[in-house]
Write a protein of this length. Structure first.
Length: 105
């Protein structure tokens, strides 16, 4: 399986509100409200950490979820957000200049 790296796009507006992450794509005004697990993936999307490592270390480490189920759900979540330009996806690490700074929320 190829490694998949994810990074937050700079073309979004995102705010944490009442424990939920709200994200809107500047490109197409698509709006997402992320649940707790999706928020962990979003916050860990630094362009340098493979998605599989985020799932293993952060999702399976913090939530009571099967690794296979977590990996499948994370893949689906990343694919959906990447279709709207909210997450950048690459088989190689992503330079921070093309992604949001790590502290951006």
């Amino acid at each position: 399986m190829t490694k998949k790296y994810i990074a937050r796009s700079t073309q979004i507006a995102a705010r944490m509100l009442g424990g939920e992450m709200m994200i809107m794509s500047v490109a197409d005004s698509t709006f997402f409200t992320l649940n707790e697990v999706a928020t962990v993936i979003w916050q860990a999307a630094d362009g340098q950490t493979p998605l599989s490592q985020i799932v293993n270390d952060r999702i399976c480490g913090e939530f009571d979820i099967d690794e296979e189920v977590a990996a499948r759900d994370a893949e689906q979540f990343v694919n959906e957000l990447s279709q709207h330009g909210i997450l950048l996806v690459s088989e190689n690490p992503i330079e921070q200049s093309s992604a949001a700074s790590p502290g951006a929320q």
